[in-house]
Design a protein around this ligand. Structure first.
Ligand SMILES: NC(=O)c1ccc[n+]([C@@H]2O[C@H](COP(=O)([O-])OP(=O)(O)OC[C@H]3O[C@@H](n4cnc5c(N)ncnc54)[C@H](O)[C@@H]3O)[C@@H](O)[C@H]2O)c1
Length: 350
């Protein structure tokens, strides 16, 4: 179809399907030509927005004028629809989590290998400004070597009461948010992961995980804590990044926060402070003689580059921004995290 433009169908026109239809609209080289959803009201909504609502998934996949399919259904359907679309010769963008397991992803990739359609996973949070800020701090060593970092995503409203509460649909927060946050760390830190420890949490006794604490150890000794909670009424910072030359805190998605960096000459002469009912030199805060507070670096990014990259890969003009090998590694890491929770111990990885 080349630069003339690609024709895309969205399967699953719920919250995210509609969001994609709006987000893709300004992107050159692709047009949403239709949708399919099993819910009559979503079909009606699609029609009211000017899209052709196909009568069935099969009808959409059989349309020779369509060369791309975007899957935005509940998670348990991703594998089946992806394979059907690839077999129909279409390129596929699949929502995250790509599937329910690494084995399911392998099945999809085996079908991709045999056909002409390319398979992509929508890891849009690679373009999150908070993540890109931390990645810049990491890549450019703005705080020296990062020896520990934490990412905390905290809410108080529980797991949404739709399919996300059903284990057979791939519900739960590990597959929902874990897949993004683990992807962040695995892409940013180019090292083997040696140890995985995870505790899922179930504060309101749901049958899917309502959140988790995941602790990763990288080959160099760098550690990372990923926290997702849905029963947390006051939040800690979104990011806490510790380097050998300073610390950064990003409080929220509006990128409030700052860095405290070593600056000046260490005299070794520290006055003890009163902390609680005791004295401490070790924990005395820095003063302006040895450290300076600096604003967070700013990173410019346009997440619609995700779609542009997909189009570029299809047209042979770009390298994949999100590689399926990376997606597979995240799936395997989530499986190691589940195993760690089940066994109550550290699991070796890689
Ligand atoms: N990348 C992101 O930022 C992000 C954000 C939210 C959701 N998601 C992902 O998007 C997917 C959809 O999530 P959502 O929030 O839009 O859910 P949703 O419940 O709002 O929408 C799902 C839609 O799929 C439809 N559907 C169900 N079975 C179908 C079938 N067999 N064929 C066609 N349509 C079917 C439902 O009727 C519904 O309209 C999930 O995989 C989710 O993890 C990604």
């Amino acid at each position: 179809m080349g630069t003339k433009g690609h024709s895309l169908v969205i399967i699953g026109f719920g919250g995210m399907g509609k969001f994609h239809s709006e987000s893709i609209a300004p992107v050159e080289g692709v047009k949403v030509v239709g949708t399919f959803d099993i819910a009559a009201e979503r079909q009606e909504l699609a029609r009211s927005l000017g899209f052709h609502a196909y009568g069935s998934r099969e009808e959409a996949l059989a349309d020779p004028n369509v060369d791309m399919v975007l899957i935005a259904t509940p998670n348990q359907l991703h594998k089946e629809i992806a394979i059907a679309a690839l077999r129909a010769g279409k390129h596929v963008i699949c929502e995250k989590p790509v599937a329910l397991s690494s084995a399911q992803l392998r099945d999809i990739l085996n079908v991709e290998k045999k056909g002409k359609g390319k398979f992509f996973v929508h890891q849009n949070r690679r373009w999150d400004p908070d993540y890109l800020t931390v990645k810049k701090i990491y890549d450019e060593k703005l705080l020296g070597d990062i020896w520990h970092l934490e990412q905390h995503v905290q809410g108080s409203r529980g797991v949404p009461g739709d399919w996300r509460r059903r284990p057979e649909c791939g519900g739960g927060m590990m597959l929902d948010w874990g897949v993004h946050l683990i992807d962040h760390l695995l892409v940013m830190i180019p090292e083997r992961i040696t140890q995985v420890f995870c505790k899922l949490n179930f504060p309101t006794r749901q049958t899917v995980d309502e959140g988790f604490h995941l602790f990763l150890t990288f080959e160099s000794g760098t550690t990372a804590l990923v926290e997702v909670t849905t029963c947390n009424f006051l939040t800690t910072p979104l990011w806490y990044v510790c380097g050998t030359m300073g610390t950064a805190v990003i409080k929220d998605w509006e990128l409030n926060g700052s860095m405290m960096k070593l600056d000046g000459v260490e005299t070794g002469d520290v006055k003890p402070i009163v902390a609680g009912v005791g004295l401490t030199k070790t924990m005395a805060p820095r003063d302006e003689l040895t450290a300076v507070e600096a604003p967070l670096p700013r990173v410019k990014a346009d997440w619609r580059d995700y779609y542009r990259n997909v189009l570029g890969v299809i047209d042979g003009t770009a390298e994949r921004a999100v590689k399926n090998t990376e997606v597979m590694r995240v799936m395997k890491l989530m499986e190691a995290a589940m195993e760690s929770h089940a066994k109550g111990r550290i699991v070796r990885f890689e």
